[in-house]
Design a protein around this ligand. Sequence first.
Ligand code: 13P
Length: 300
Amino acid sequence: MKAQEIMQKARNLGKCIPAFNVPHLPMVRPIAGAIADENSTAMIQIARVEWEKFQARSLEHIAEEYEKYKVSGHTLLHLDHIPVVDEDYRRVDYEKLLERALKAGYESVMIDGSRLPLEENIRVTAEAAAMAHEAGVPCEAELGAVMGHEKEKMPPYEEIFSRKMGFTKLEEAKRFVLESRCDWLSVAVGNIHGQIAEAVRNQKKPEARLDVGHIGAIYQALGIPLVLHGGSGIRHSCVLEAVRAGITKINVGTEIRQTYEFALKESGNDISYAQEQVYRKVRAYISGYLYNTGLADDLK
Ligand code: 13P
């Protein structure tokens, strides 16, 4: 389980693995290049919503594109959010999607049962983790509600944070990890996803903060790598503190998606120009957060 070893090593060193989403197929190339040129170790990932509502086409298309541009020692391929109930509240055939991803060579996968009641989330996650482990790859899961993908209007950010809306509960998390046997846990601790509904997907994300004390308490209780979704636009100091407290993977989508889409629009659909802007953005992001993990040799 290479991805598992890399995450464990990063955790032991107090470092974090960034994971970049690819809602458009041509984004794979500049992201992979930027990761390698920054001497970082990072994931390239796709969520179901990115082929359903954007132009990633399919998980197999991304895997093929990844094969062309992956860089040994630097990049890993991860399957992000496979929801059991999606953002439009429809049931998803998640087992089929996981099977396809494992066949296509994804090195780690995520099951997202966070819209289900606790018992059902545990049951589904346990099934998904068993499938992943049989194929020799780790499984990420989610507990709590990281809002933003749903179609209804989100409450104002300050209300989410001050009322701790959707936050992962410590006691539930202990039981969840023990019974589901997931390897990494995505937590809700003040983070929100960039919105994806048509009418608002081009808006700037509000700056999120994080309850770092809560992250620390969850990490101390669980001892497994924690994942921070909604990585775009979080206050810089919060991210650095969160990594010290137990966050080992941070997902970044909106910031680079908007870079690509705005560049395409501004250039009259010049894909190379948009790729160049994504390359620069990802390099700046990695260097800005010191995400050079020094783990490249471990991945070769
Ligand atoms: P953002 O789009 O808010 O960066 O979140 C990405 C993410 O968490 C994908 O799983």
